[in-house]
Design a protein around this ligand. Structure first.
Ligand code: NAD
Length: 279
């Protein structure tokens, strides 16, 4: 790929021009996002940041059984994990990358497929968003995933405040469970939890089926800020390529696609979408 010395894609780069042309020739665009799109909103990706999965091993922290055991046996650890997950999301706002994707709807029919659980695409104004790994903003019953309640960003902030408050008090399972009760714990209808897809869970429906359909129907697939290592989500890219759909990758590190625009989503996406202003 042709780039300038800093390795960041620029508007007079041939790959950039190719990406613009692909978008100009398209009608329906699917945008598939991962943790990287939210990095500039202050939510670290699990792989880039000082080893999230090393601090919180997935066999304990990425499945419901493990989480319940940690909550009961190691409440301080559970609280530390919950603060690490909830606090950045509770404080986050959409960044120019999310806003550019919402802006793209002025020019094209856009479907956003996200692996993220942070609701930032909707907050930026995207109207069609499929959250294939679920969301932190809905609470469901533990097994059947029946809707229990919706949760707001300020609800999450309150939970974080309670957990932080506990840091200076005595850690007990009861106190931690009480703090997180709005999203995780026992209620009138049995056990409830956030509507997240953890390791071993089925993908969120109908989001996953709708996402596959959106890829089938699109002319261009833009993938943004995903390492493509989480399956079956990453199969969407294989599906697009197998169908001969043009793919554009926006990511500072992970290459791929027919066109790779190297750089941060918050820098590149607004410039790319701006190109559609001119005929
Ligand atoms: P990942 O952590 O495996 O990969 C992140 C990708 O983002 C990398 O390719 C990295 O180069 C790229 N990146 C980093 N900064 C970027 C930026 N500023 N602009 C564009 N790209 C950038 O993420 P994944 O592939 O999404 O898989 C991780 C799983 O964990 C997913 O299920 C994801 O949803 C979840 N997760 C979600 C959030 C969130 O909701 N914001 C945060 C962390 C992890």
């Amino acid at each position: 790929m042709s780039q300038w010395d800093d390795g960041i894609s620029k508007p007079d780069d041939p790959q950039w021009k190719q990406a613009v042309q692909l978008l100009k020739d398209s009608q329906r665009v699917a945008v598939f996002t991962g943790a990287g799109i939210s990095a500039e909103s202050g939510i670290a990706t699990f792989r880039d940041e000082g080893g999230f999965w090393l601090r919180f091993p997935p066999d304990e922290f990425a499945n419901w059984k493990g989480l319940m055991q940690v909550a009961l046996l190691h409440p301080a650890r559970m609280a530390e994990f919950l603060v690490a997950i909830l606090e950045p999301v509770a404080q986050a706002e959409p960044n120019p990358g999310h806003r550019a994707i919402a802006e793209l709807e002025r020019f094209r029919q856009v479907t956003v497929i996200t692996q993220n659980i942070d609701r930032l695409h909707q907050d930026a104004g995207s109207r069609m968003v499929h959250e294939i790994h679920g969301t932190l903003f809905e609470v469901v019953s533990l097994v059947a995933r029946r809707h229990v309640r919706s949760v707001s960003r300020s609800d999450l902030r309150e939970i974080v405040e309670k957990l932080r408050h506990l840091e200076s008090a005595k850690w007990t399972s009861l106190a931690v469970m009480e703090a997180v009760q709005p999203i995780f714990g026992a209620g009138q209808d049995g056990f409830h939890r956030p509507n997240l897809v953890l390791f071993g869970d089925a993908m969120a429906e109908p989001a996953w089926s709708l996402a596959q359909q959106a890829v089938k129907d699109c002319d261009v697939l833009i993938t943004v800020g995903t390492s493509g290592t989480v399956y079956p989500a990453a199969l969407l890219v294989d599906q697009a390529r197998a169908q001969g759909i043009a793919t554009i990758v926006i990511d500072p590190e992970t290459s791929g696609g027919d066109v790779w625009l190297r750089g941060n989503a918050a820098d590149l996406l607004p410039k790319l979408v701006q190109e559609l202003e001119s005929p």
